[in-house]
Design a protein around this ligand. Structure first.
Ligand SMILES: Cc1cc2nc3c(=O)[nH]c(=O)nc-3n(C[C@H](O)[C@H](O)[C@H](O)COP(=O)(O)O)c2cc1C
Length: 187
């Protein structure tokens, strides 16, 4: 049976390990369609010493952010949903106000208009009013705003325990099976 297609967008916010953890978790669960913004390339290098090419083995297809003719730019290309992780304040605002001038923001726009799951994982603190307003607009439009703020009630010991907490919540919202962190109330 064909795997569900999931679009993963990576933008230039801090938190590249979250993106890597999600890509690894999606292996065997989904057909991953990957797009990185220009900002993502810089932060991926600063935080992990990686270039976009290092992520290619984790994706079924990788697109250039300038390729507005790619399949994921159209609502006629079926997907299970899209995740933007980490999501910069810039991309968050663009998606909130319907700006679709790159493939990544266009794909997010398509997920909103097709009413498919769109999960945005912003990483910024503190949050200024324009970003808070953008978050409200996104929630009103049906997106899931899931800040990169893992809980601690599962008593994480390593960074991977914190990553797993967030990745599991993302997979939950995509309707994909997830066993990456203990769940509250389960032994
Ligand atoms: C090392 C580094 C860390 C950054 N961290 C953040 C961040 O945590 N959150 C954020 O919103 N922007 C952050 N930025 C700024 C964004 O990369 C910048 O606003 C960029 O224009 C985002 O564009 P994009 O959304 O197209 O990737 C960071 C930039 C650099 C170089």
């Amino acid at each position: 049976m064909a795997l569900p297609r999931v679009v993963v967008g990576i933008t230039g916010a801090s938190g590249m390990p979250y993106a890597l953890d999600l890509l690894e978790a999606l292996q065997g669960l989904a057909e991953v369609h990957l797009v990185l913004s220009q900002g993502a390339k810089r932060v991926l290098w600063e935080e992990m010493g990686l270039s976009p090419k290092d992520l290619y083995p984790l994706a079924h297809r990788v697109y250039k952010d300038a390729d507005l003719g790619a399949p994921i730019a159209s609502g006629s290309f079926p997907t299970r949903g899209m995740v933007v992780v980490p999501c910069s304040a810039t991309t968050l605002a663009k998606v909130a106000w319907g700006l679709a001038d790159t493939l990544l923001t266009r794909a997010a726009y398509v997920h909103l208009k097709e009413k498919r799951p769109l999960i945005l994982v912003p990483r910024e603190t503190p949050l200024p009013l324009p970003t808070l307003r953008a978050m409200v607009a996104l929630a009103e439009a049906g997106a899931v705003v899931m800040p990169a703020s893992p809980g601690f009630y599962h008593r994480p010991k390593e960074i991977k325990d914190l990553l797993g907490f967030l990745t599991q919540r993302i997979l939950d919202h995509l309707g994909l099976p997830a066993h990456r962190a203990p769940r509250w109330g389960e032994t």
